[in-house]
Ligand binder design. Sequence first.
Ligand SMILES: [Fe+2]
Ligand SMILES: [Fe+2]
Length: 282
Amino acid sequence: MAFRVAQISDTHLSPVHPNFVGNFERIAADLRRLKPDLVVNTGDLTVDGADRSDDLTMARRLHDAIGLPWRAVPGNHDVGDDPLPTARQPANAERLARYAEIVGDDSFVVDAPGWRLIGINSLILGSDLPSAANQLAMLRDATNEAGDRTIALFLHKPLYLGGEDPDGTYWRVRNVGRNALMAAFGTRRPALVASGHMHQYRRLRHDDITHLWAPSAAFVVGDGYQQRMGTKLVGYVAHEFRADGGFDSELVTVDGLALDDIVDLPEIYGPHKPVQVGQLGA
Ligand SMILES: [Fe+2]
Ligand SMILES: [Fe+2]
């Protein structure tokens, strides 16, 4: 029997902007029917949990209401973005504490036959925050103690964009964070890196790692504002992790999901500015 994980991502829930609750409920109903062993949200649970507790509270309630075991790693809209001097909402101790209090841990380790599933907070990678060092220590321990289990990593921002793979972009973990992460893995490498944030579905291989971008469960970002690198749709990913270390990952779409473009909803995040790959977002 394979261990089945439903990876939902970028659900962008909020009582102030409940636009995407309908999509969440449709996917939740699908999950209740299929009963995966675990549901993992790879971040941006909320529209603006970085500044609104109510968004985090709603996300927690709706995830609990799925009625299945679930874990989450935060996104930039939940705990703030990379704590750079230019960040409008930098991840900081206050935001991280609020997320921890309302949603729960920002990392996880779950073992399944033949597998160790590790979730981490990608927004603090490579930062000077104390929790960043603690997380790397956790990762080193989880890797060292994985034995012969195959590792799958879940995080919000992708590690790899393909092509020129520019550093310093809003769209992926910066090199400083990626290097720290890979150093913590030592000689081991995850077989799968499953991320969110892009609001596109894509699967690519690089350095013997399968990088899988889950689509958003909420909305897409128009081509004029974000390059099309994968498939722009709304849905989730069903993973099957087998005891022999093999896995299958499949895109799942659900009937009735609304396909909103965030560019058409400026009341939520304001008028969009193009943030192409290679650029740092505002
Ligand atoms: Fe998102
Ligand atoms: Fe994001």
